[in-house]
Design a protein. Structure first.
Length: 117
């Protein structure tokens, strides 16, 4: 499967963006989809995840109340809605998938989000 992240761009602080992660090829309903981000000079960090079948979500404490994750089964797409963006949210955002009991992998190419102050 290939994951294609899109929707990044330049936004002013306080603005919103919605990122998309489209999955192509064979998909597995038991997988968990996730969003991660990596800011310049920092390690990649977990942002949010959602189970494909049940839609259960989990958000990192740093983005709770600010970001939300959802999925559209018909489009094989996962979304990351980002509101009240801050300059510290500037990063390249990646989507990935995790098989049951496994680790996240199948990383997409990432989409850059830049938040100006």
């Amino acid at each position: 499967v290939q994951l294609q992240a899109s929707g990044g761009g330049l936004v002013q602080a306080g603005g919103s963006l919605r990122l998309s992660c489209a999955a192509s090829g064979r998909t597995f309903p038991t997988y968990t989809m996730g969003w991660f981000r990596q800011a310049p000079g920092k390690e990649r960090e977990f942002v949010a995840s959602i189970t494909w079948t049940g839609g259960s979500t989990y958000l990192a404490d740093s983005v709770k109340g600010q970001f939300s994750i959802s999925r559209d089964k018909a489009r094989n797409t996962v979304y990351l809605q980002m509101n009240s963006l801050k300059p510290e949210d500037t990063a390249t955002y990646y989507c990935a998938r995790r098989p049951p009991g496994g680790n996240f992998g199948s990383w997409g190419q990432g989409t850059l989000v830049t938040v100006s102050s």
